[in-house]
Design a protein around this ligand. Sequence first.
Ligand code: KG4
Length: 339
Amino acid sequence: MDTIILGIESSCDDTSAAVIRNGVLLSNVVASQAVHESYGGVVPELASRAHQQNIVPVVHEALKRAGVEKEQLSAIAFTRGPGLMGSLLVGVSFAKGLARSLNIPMIDVNHLQAHVLAHFVKESEEDTDQPKFPFLCLLVSGGNSQIILVKAYNDMEVIGQTIDDAAGEAIDKCSKVMGFGYPGGPIIDRLARQGNPKAFTFSKPHIPEYNYSFSGLKTSFLYSLRDWLKDDPNFIENHKEDLAASLEATVVDILMDKLRKASKALKIKEVAVAGGVSANTGLRNAFHDHAKRFGWKIYIPKFSFTTDNAAMIAITGHYKFQDKDFCSIDKPAYSRVTI
Ligand code: KG4
């Protein structure tokens, strides 16, 4: 019998629903929220209101595009956390209510675990290029910077993580300081393509083991900029490409340095990247470079699976369904949790 999973994601500012049949993606609908742009960051109250408006049409559209009736669903998987509580509550409550009305299992999904398992979303039966266990996954987003040792679908260990800010947050903040739009990541990426990555140097952290720190880079960027602006009030406008390229190169170096150390020490050459920052061109180039230099087999997700999406929730639900790892209705959403 077919296993058909509806996945629902609402942890931050994207409302998404996806349908997966026997591990193959049938639909993945994402409604992003432009309302936050003018505030320079996600406004939690506005995010949960937008989720309320989007959730029904998004789920309806995902089922329609998949050609699946809700009565055919085997289970409903939903992001239980981590994320913004008001946002999570919309998806969690909707998923529980729908699963209960259809009398099918509900499956709670850890959003971070789902980012890693996004690598297992198949777009067709022939799609077999997936990481082999054990592999390392660099998870880099607006809220996380982690190195995860993935031993199985349901067995992951965080071996390194940021002790303060995430890589994406640091890029977004530096972009904001320069007066660019939100989110800064794609803007920095675009500008960096025309800049010199060696034009400026910013401080890099010395943190033990496989952990990261990005707050020092933020401060170094801010203080350097303040000094340069004293001499030249148009410094940012005159050097924006070089500033972006140098910032991006520093972040990528910090990320790859620890990942290389982990790969060497653990003797693992299957290496994946996940999360919103994995859309970054400099980081993707660094992965290709490492594949050539160190013989890594690399896994870089399609753009649509890097940012928040329900396909990754549905595929995680698929594997949890196989393990009969279901959730009871009394399990609440959680805003903070690790893998
Ligand atoms: O995983 P994600 O969509 O969700 C959150 O963590 O909220 O990641 C969002 C992060 C933001 O910091 C955004 O600026 C960053 O991913 N990002 C990028 C790029 N595209 C998105 N950073 C660098 N280069 C990009 N092309």
